[in-house]
Write a protein that binds this ligand. Structure first.
Ligand code: BEZ
Length: 211
């Protein structure tokens, strides 16, 4: 069964490179990113894990914990991490779930039989502090992900959770945002006292509120 936006992220207990974890307990009050890759000791995955390791401080700034997964066992992840550090220059600084029996992969529908019936696809799940799924992404094995985009989405999710705004195409933190269509002009006067640009009656641009 696919995991969809707004669902409670399936909980699990699993071995990781940093010891056994219970997922919901491990998340605590943080935001979380759970991402899968197809296989250890493969080239695109090596660059992805190194990139995430190098961005750890950016995830920390956003109160976001990151955890990886593939259907390889933990001892394989541990061996592979030596290569990743050598290639990228940053040690893998987040836990990697070993899932050889695919129990977590199945809960999150990370095996897409028509792509490959044994390997996990490149899935991403962003999970809020309420344990609800806020974003899902699926990439094929041949395309490495852009983890700056994941950070950008977290910025948008965290902003829009706290303020009645939405973020436009290609928005990055600090740029103008859109007043939520559900907010009337009357209410917007109180919520956005600095005003807004009425591009269209349904498209009202305003300064980012938490700046
Ligand atoms: C890779 O990470 O390079 C990869 C993994 C599985 C299939 C194809 C590529």
């Amino acid at each position: 069964m696919a995991v969809r936006l707004g669902d409670t992220a399936p909980d699990f207990t699993a071995p990781t490179t940093q010891g056994d974890i219970n997922f919901h307990e491990w998340l605590g009050d943080s935001w979380g990113v759970l991402f899968s890759h197809p296989k250890d000791f493969t080239p695109v995955c090596t660059t992805e894990l190194g990139t995430v390791a190098a961005l750890k401080s950016e995830f920390d700034k956003r109160n976001t914990k990151v955890i990886g997964l593939s259907v390889d066992p933990v001892d394989s992840h541990v061996e592979w991490e030596k290569d990743i550090e050598e290639v990228v220059g940053t040690a893998v600084n987040f836990p990697m779930i070993g899932d050889p029996d695919r129990s977590v992969a199945d809960k999150y529908d990370m095996i897409h039989e028509n792509a490959n019936d044994t390997l996990t696809v490149r899935s991403v799940f962003i999970i809020g502090p309420d344990k609800k799924v806020k974003l899902t992404l699926t990439y094929p094995a041949s395309t490495g992900r852009n983890f700056n985009e994941i950070l950008r989405v977290i910025d948008s999710l965290q902003l829009t959770a706290d303020h009645k705004v939405a973020t436009p195409a290609n928005w990055v933190d600090g740029e103008d945002v859109i007043i939520s269509p559900a907010v009337s002009d009357e209410d917007a006067k109180n919520l956005f006292p600095a005003g807004w640009e009425p591009v269209k009656p349904y498209l009202r641009k305003t300064k980012q509120p938490n700046r």
